[in-house]
Design a protein. Structure first.
Length: 681
């Protein structure tokens, strides 16, 4: 495939509903390295991104905080951009999907699909929470996967086996807002006939390197070998998003307009710079579009997105680069243990360049998971950046400035074979950068650094200077030529360090075409400290700080919550019942004899209740609000004549009563003198 001149690169749009953490940064650092390499080669490149702003989570959280959804997403847009700047992620524009540009293109794509006969409506069974009086979108109903029985999965796809399904397919579903079991109701929804695009999607996935072979094979086996389901692209009010044309209570599903944010952001950038967005998204002969995403959203970007574009007059992406998940010390990141480190806390304790370098040293072109091994992180940064690159730069620079008046000289002729050996690696390093094989690129760069250090140590200017200062000067000049080359080669990965190296050499704005060992003579600039040695105790302090931050914002006894002061309107009073209806419910005082977390469930606590004359096991979805150890010995009110409910973890023989509000979930208490088994009436 002929290389196209113009390049547009995007990362997945961060959802405007939470902090950026080190797991997110895998993607943005990876993309930024690729973009910086392309710009270093002089290619016309745009790196665009935006806040993903629509959907139920944002609408609900904004209501809890007493602000408008627009205010909430604007806040996260600012905070996210600040975090990205800390880690050297250099967007050309970081915009928002809640924009007139994205609305325009979302409607245009929808209308294009409708004209192509690929949009239809039908009545669908949905899950509805009677307690919260709303239809529950995919991410607000959870239960066990209907295919593999994995517990606590979202209503649209399983994070364990990768299956996709409808929320109504979940086993033992519960509302993510209040924990109650939802009911089914029907509603008219709009569908994109994805099944009609199956052959075209398969060709796109397997042709011209649009996705890596590992991802293509997974998509084929998980989706294309079976029946490709049509896609529900609408959601019911209340919903923060764009209305479906001609409707007042139907909105585009966030995953229809979120990727359209790539186009909307391009439109905004082009409008602001006197350019034409159609050059990127319609007239594609001279433009390459590359998306970088995580494997959890690969089916949106590799099935729905190219099909939407192809049938609505837009071009499809040239490449979707899919990466894996981040683990820490071989385990899933956890807020409770402090390993889900936010970008801001990392930057408070450690230099963000460390993380950029370590990620690059582990990243390849496949969707394999990446492990941040904390001890290896310390050792690798110290061994490569500190002991090799920074050490060579500081030793050679200090020798010239302290012993040789800060002036460079002619290059040592004995360095030429070493230069040639290093130069032979440049092309492979560039190819590795261009193909997202960053680990291979850094291995090549490390070899160049080792050549430079060995040359400097073998030629020993600190001994030569006694007999021939000018020869010592020429040796140091050659060594600093290595520093110049390393500054260029490392520029995509550690741009701030590379810029310091340039200034120390009296140079600036070096590009790939400047890859040579020639410094041009003259005087050196002032030396700037490049990078400090990483200490494991600093890493441990960072983990402890993250754990403390989580504990400070997570109520342990239901008495505190970040949203406690948010304005709130109680739910309307339910339909009237008679005293006979109420009398059917048997409520008893119960003593919590044992409380323990349920392995494999993020929200459940197993309670052993003492009811005076017998004991029962009840599963309660209160783990986010109560620590199990705080529940033991607590008296609660339990409904004891409910039918037993079989769950994946066992049988729940009742229900404990709790009040739910934006400020938290609160178990209903009882006077300490009430005995277990006492009837509530």
């Amino acid at each position: 495939m002929t290389k196209k001149k113009r390049l547009l690169v995007t990362s997945a749009l961060p959802y405007a509903n939470g902090d950026i953490h080190i797991g997110h940064l895998v993607e943005y650092i990876q993309t930024d390295i690729f973009v910086r390499y392309q710009k270093l080669r002089g290619r016309d490149t745009l790196y665009l991104c935006a806040s993903d702003t629509h959907g139920t989570p944002i609408e609900i959280k904004a209501g809890q905080l007493g602000v408008s959804p627009e205010e909430l997403v604007a806040r996260y847009n600012r905070e996210h951009l600040a975090d990205f700047h800390r880690f050297g992620v250099g967007f050309d524009l970081f915009y928002t999907t809640h924009s007139p540009e994205t609305r325009h293109h979302a409607v245009a794509i929808y209308e294009g699909l409708r004209r192509a006969g690929l949009i239809y409506t039908k009545e669908v069974d949905l899950v509805y929470c009677e307690h919260d009086q709303r239809f529950l979108p995919d991410r607000y109903v959870r239960g066990s996967c209907p295919r593999c029985d994995a517990a606590d999965q979202f209503g649209d796809n399983c994070e364990v086996c990768g299956a996709t399904y409808d929320p109504t397919d979940l086993v033992l579903p519960h509302c993510s807002i209040c924990g109650n079991e939802p009911v089914r109701r029907s509603s008219k929804h709009y569908f994109f006939q994805l099944s009609a695009c199956k052959e075209q999607i398969a060709r796109w996935i397997h042709d011209n390197g649009h996705v890596h072979a590992t991802t293509a094979n997974w998509l084929q086996g998980a989706f294309l070998d079976g029946d490709l389901r049509d896609w529900d692209i609408s959601r019911d009010a209340p919903y923060f998003g764009f209305e479906v044309p001609g409707e007042t209570d139907k909105f585009f599903y966030v995953w229809l307009d979120a990727p359209v944010g790539y186009i909307g952001t391009t439109q905004k950038y082009c409008d602001d710079h006197g350019m034409d967005a159609d050059d990127y998204w319609k007239r594609s002969d001279d433009t390459e579009v590359v998306h970088v995403i995580g494997k959890d959203i690969a089916y949106f970007h590799c099935l729905f997105w190219p099909a939407m574009l192809a049938h609505s007059g837009y071009r499809t992406p040239d490449r979707v680069q899919v990466h894996g998940f981040l683990t820490v010390d071989g385990q899933k990141m956890s807020k409770r243990t402090g390993t889900a480190v936010t970008a801001s806390i990392f930057a408070e304790h450690l230099d963000p360049q460390y993380l950029r370098y370590y990620y690059a040293s582990k990243l390849g072109p496949t969707n394999a998971d990446l492990d941040l091994n904390l001890e290896d992180f310390v050792n690798r940064v110290n061994a490569d950046l500190v002991n090799k690159t920074a050490n060579l730069a500081s030793r050679a620079h200090a020798f010239v400035t302290r012993k040789l008046d800060g002036r460079l000289g002619d290059v040592d002729p004995q360095a030429e074979p070493v230069f040639a050996e290093a130069t032979s690696r440049f092309e492979a390093i560039g190819e590795a950068y261009a193909s997202f094989e960053f680990a291979r690129a850094l291995r090549g760069i490390t070899e160049v650094a080792e050549l430079g250090n060995k040359y400097f140590q073998d030629r020993a200017p600190f001994h030569v200077i006694r007999d021939d200062p000018e020869e010592a000067r020429s040796i140091c000049t050659a060594a600093l030529g290595f520093v110049k080359v390393l500054a260029i080669l490392l520029k995509p990965v550690v741009p701030h360090m590379a810029a310091s190296m340039e200034r120390s050499l009296g140079l600036s704005d070096l590009a790939w075409e400047d890859l040579s060992f020639d410094l041009g003579g003259g005087e050196l600039g002032d030396f700037e400290r490049l990078v400090d040695r990483v200490k494991l105790k600093a890493v441990k302090r960072m983990i402890e700080a993250q754990r403390a931050a989580h504990e400070a914002t997570t109520p342990s006894n239901g008495s505190q919550s970040p949203a406690a002061d948010a304005p709130w309107t109680p739910k309307p009073v339910a339909e009237r019942i008679t005293i006979d209806d109420f009398a059917k419910l048997d409520l008893r005082v119960a003593l919590v004899e044992e409380a323990s977390p349920v392995e494999g469930a993020d929200k459940l606590v197993r309670l052993l209740l003492d009811l005076g004359d017998h004991k029962r096991t009840v599963f309660a979805g209160i783990k986010a609000h109560y620590a199990p150890e705080d529940l033991q010995g607590k008296k609660v009110i339990a409904a004891v004549n409910l039918a037993p409910r079989k769950m994946r973890f066992g049988v729940s023989e009742g229900m404990v009563l709790a009040a739910s509000s934006p400020s938290g979930v609160f178990l209903l208490g009882v006077n300490d003198r009430a005995l277990p088994g006492s009837k509530v009436s």
